[in-house]
Ligand binder design. Structure first.
Ligand code: SF4
Ligand code: SF4
Length: 192
């Protein structure tokens, strides 16, 4: 395993290298003692390719490629169990969230679908103040640019429509009543 190298500033000058966002994550969880309490507490660990404990180990070892090819942090549902129980008091849930944001920013191919899913979900909430399921899925399928993907979901969609759980919805701009809130969140994110 190759620990991430921190960039050295050039002699007599200031480094212009872009800092690796993983360094901040490593510093935040460096006190991990690999006790496994996070894994034992996580309700989603059974579905993860690396358990939370193993994922924190990958972070500490700077195994960036393996880390961002993993879906572990994507499956975190922010229940905060691990954070509450970690004997070192590490901010694990927030750090899981940060890994999702780095994966989205750096456009890692493994996470592309999930990122589009999140974005279109939020776009529907931004337009209407709540998610409109059919509109959201329409926007999501369009963003995938793959005409075959919707076909996989057709039987499920028809079953849900048959039970009255979803209905036909033409995408619309909505009233955007949450616009100010979304803008503020974007502003805060830019300041980080
Ligand atoms: S519970 Fe905390 S100390 Fe224990 S393995 Fe998880 S992150 Fe590390
Ligand atoms: S916050 Fe995420 S990683 Fe932690 S226990 Fe809950 S689902 Fe698992």
């Amino acid at each position: 395993m190759n620990p991430v190298q921190h960039p050295e500033p050039p002699e007599g000058g200031v480094s212009t290298a872009v800092p690796d966002p993983l360094h901040a994550i490593q510093e935040r969880v460096h006190a991990c003692i690999q006790c496994g309490t996070c894994t034992g507490s996580c309700p989603n660990a059974f579905a993860m390719d690396y358990t939370p404990r193993a994922m924190w180990r990958l972070v500490l070892m700077g195994e960036k490629e393996t880390l961002f090819n993993s879906r572990t942090f994507l499956l975190c549902s922010a229940c905060y169990y691990c954070t509450l129980r970690c004997p070192r008091g590490l901010p694990l849930t927030e750090t899981m969230e940060e890994l999702k944001q780095i994966a989205a920013r750096e456009n890692h191919p493994v996470h592309k679908k999930s990122v589009l899913f999140y974005r279109n979900f939020l776009e529907s909430v931004r337009r209407h103040g709540r998610v409109r399921e059919m509109e959201f899925m329409t926007l999501y399928f369009l963003s995938l640019k793959n005409p075959f993907t919707p076909l996989q979901f057709t039987p499920l969609g028809l079953r849900l429509m048959g039970k009255g759980k979803v209905g036909i919805q033409v995408p619309s701009k909505g009233q955007r009543r949450l616009e100010a809130l979304f803008r503020k969140a974007e502003e805060l994110e830019e300041q980080e």
